[in-house]
Design a binder for this molecule. Structure first.
Ligand code: SF4
Length: 64
């Protein structure tokens, strides 16, 4: 599984990297970036939660 950020929707609230710093980082001006880390099947619920926490709906979880 991979998390993705739609950069057209992200406005830099920072909830992703505040809630899940293992999976997200920030760029120089506060927009979220996805770290290159694998997400295990046992982490799917947590990944869905952080995706749902983005106020802009900019985060999605890809299952492939
Ligand atoms: S929570 Fe959403 S809008 Fe905020 S930085 Fe992360 S991806 Fe962007």
């Amino acid at each position: 599984m991979r998390l993705r950020i739609d950069t057209d929707l992200c406005v830099g609230h920072g909830r992703c990297y505040t809630l899940a710093p293992t999976w997200f980082d920030t760029d120089d001006i506060g927009y979220g970036q996805v770290k290159d880390v694998a997400i295990g099947l046992d982490e799917r619920g947590a990944a869905e939660d952080v995706a749902a926490a983005c106020p802009e709906g900019a985060i999605r979880l890809e299952l492939s």
